[in-house]
Design a protein around this ligand. Structure first.
Ligand code: C2O
Length: 528
């Protein structure tokens, strides 16, 4: 195994898009940012230099960070942010995982433009568990606002409202030519009759996305860097945070084909103006030897509100035969949703609206002054957090509480969580992301989960993931083994929902104070 070194310099840059020039924060002057491309087993060292005016952290989404919790990145969970004109070096190993992940900022709403791919290849000498592709193409999907995206998100959180829809969607940073005064279009030149691996990443803040390629089917081989049973489809569906590795075979008539991305509106009641749907981003799949000037064929996109197609994809994937940890001592129900709980307007998470976001009745607040991981390492002096996060949904009429409540998990325990997203208004499909672990999706369905209904569980080949979409009016059962000491964020990956409180933290510990399993913090860990 080798060490892969990267330097990320984070600063403002100006981008022309949609007939406007917009200032964004970006890494190394690139959008998307640089690709981390390593082999399983490698050590990764990233020097992050913050030349932006914002507090910054970087999270390596889906990297399990076994025994390197100080490198995980969520602001105030595992570290204080890197202040302007400061730096921090993230150091970790990529062991026991392969496939496509990504990295993104995890502070100050910078995720809109501070993101890039993270590719982990089988170590030298090992092969993919599918026919070796002739070519690989990273495809990073994003949103674009003409306005400063940080201000868009801030306004949403301050007002307790949903962020305004993005002005466009992007593929590898570009909107494609269906938008007015389009800039360049991303073009993938392919050879006829070859296998191409698309590494598709949904880096959007707020939007589930449909992804299609005219004239081609996909064979999904992995999601969230976890291998799947082959799954053939003409439509990929990605929640914010998800990745999909999919093969396409270039056996269509040589020519040019649009790859198209458009929003899947999961909000009820809908906020999308479907009468004026100019929101399709495009890239081009161009067969080598054919003319780039021919008008590409366009795929027929699903209707933005097509939850049938979305749920078929989300619920239909199978993993590879796996040893699923058996349940031991933890079961917990987490009810998702905005506006599900009585909201006292004096609470800041209600922020002048009736919306409150909570898990098991707790609207999560990040601490100030000390990160949770530093507090855990030091034995929680001053009570930075309390360890009384409740199991189960509180009875009807119980008032929501705000707080920095963590759920402590004994090291190596098995955790089973029932996620329940009620059918209510307003509501939407929440993509729930776990740091520090992959989890198995044992069962998922529409309606309300019946406690104890374990006959529905797939204990043979459940799909593994780090981010699960939980559609409105549906449930999911996930399970993981808490074999990684540290503080691990568990939150909705719709960006504005984290400050609104749709989050919690697991403290995995072995019962000693200070915890004897936690490695000491690196010398350059930022101070608050
Ligand atoms: Cu990709 Cu805590 O997030």
């Amino acid at each position: 195994a080798a060490t892969a070194n990267y330097t990320f310099t984070v600063q403002s840059m100006r981008i022309n898009q949609l007939c406007n020039s917009t200032d964004i924060i970006a890494v190394n002057g690139q959008l998307p940012g640089p690709t981390i491309d390593v082999f399983e087993g490698d050590e990764v060292v990233v020097d992050v230099i913050n030349r932006s005016p914002y507090n910054l952290t970087v999270h390596w989404h889906g990297i399990m960070q076994l025994l390197t919790p100080w490198a995980d990145g969520p602001s105030m969970v595992t570290q204080c942010p890197i202040q302007p004109n400061s730096s921090y070096t993230y150091r970790f190993n990529v062991t026991g995982q392969e496939g496509t992940l990504w990295w993104h900022a995890h502070s100050s709403f910078l995720r809109a433009t501070v993101y890039g791919p993270f590719i982990i290849r089988p170590r030298n000498g090992s092969a993919y568990p599918f026919p070796a592709p002739d070519q690989e193409v990273p495809v990073v999907l994003g949103e674009w606002w003409i306005r400063n995206a940080v201000d868009v998100e801030k306004d949403a959180v301050m007002s307790g409202q949903r962020p305004v829809r993005s002005d466009a969607y992007t593929i590898n940073g570009l909107t494609g030519q269906l938008y007015d005064c389009a800039n360049e279009t991303f073009t993938a030149v392919v050879q006829p009759n070859t296998t191409v691996l698309l590494r598709v990443i949904n880096a959007a803040l707020n939007t589930h996305l449909f992804f299609k390629a005219a004239g081609h089917n996909f064979t999904v081989v992995a999601v969230d860097a976890c291998y799947t049973a082959n799954y053939t489809t003409d439509t990929l569906v990605l929640a914010p945070g998800n990745t999909v590795d999919a093969l396409i075979f270039t056996d269509a008539r040589p020519g040019s084909y649009y790859i198209a991305v458009q929003p899947h509106d999961t909000i009820s009641p809908s906020t999308m103006d479907t009468s004026n749907d100019n929101s399709t981003a495009t890239a081009i799949l161009l067969y080598n030897g054919t003319s780039a000037t021919t008008k590409p064929a366009m795929p027929t996109m699903p209707n933005s509100s097509d939850t049938t197609t979305a749920n078929a994809f989300y619920f239909g994937l199978r993993g590879v035969a796996a040893e699923v940890p058996s349940p031991v001592d933890v079961n917990m129900t987490i009810e998702l949703g905005l506006g599900q709980l009585p909201c006292d307007t004096t609470q800041t998470s209600c922020a002048g609206s009736s919306f409150a976001a909570a898990m098991n009745g707790v609207s999560f607040r990040l601490p100030t002054g000390t990160s949770l991981l530093e507090a855990q390492f030091n034995g929680n002096p001053g009570g930075v957090y309390t360890a009384d996060f409740p199991d189960g949904v509180p009875p009807n009429g119980t008032a929501m509480v705000e707080g920095t409540k963590v759920r402590s998990l004994p090291y190596n325990s098995t955790v089973e969580i029932v996620l329940q997203n009620p059918l209510a208004f307003p509501a939407e499909n929440h993509p729930i992301h776990l740091h520090g672990f992959n989890f198995f999706v044992l069962a998922q369905g529409l309606g309300t989960f019946t406690p104890g209904n374990t006959s529905a569980y797939n204990l043979v080949d459940p799909v593994a993931r780090n981010t699960i979409a939980v559609p409105t009016g549906s449930w999911a059962v996930i399970r993981f083994r808490a074999n990684n000491p540290g503080m691990w964020f568990f939150h909705c990956h719709l960006d504005a929902h984290v400050p609104m409180g749709l989050a919690m933290v697991f403290a995995v510990e072995n019962g000693t104070t200070p915890d004897s399993m936690l490695p000491p913090p690196p010398a350059d860990l930022p101070k608050c």
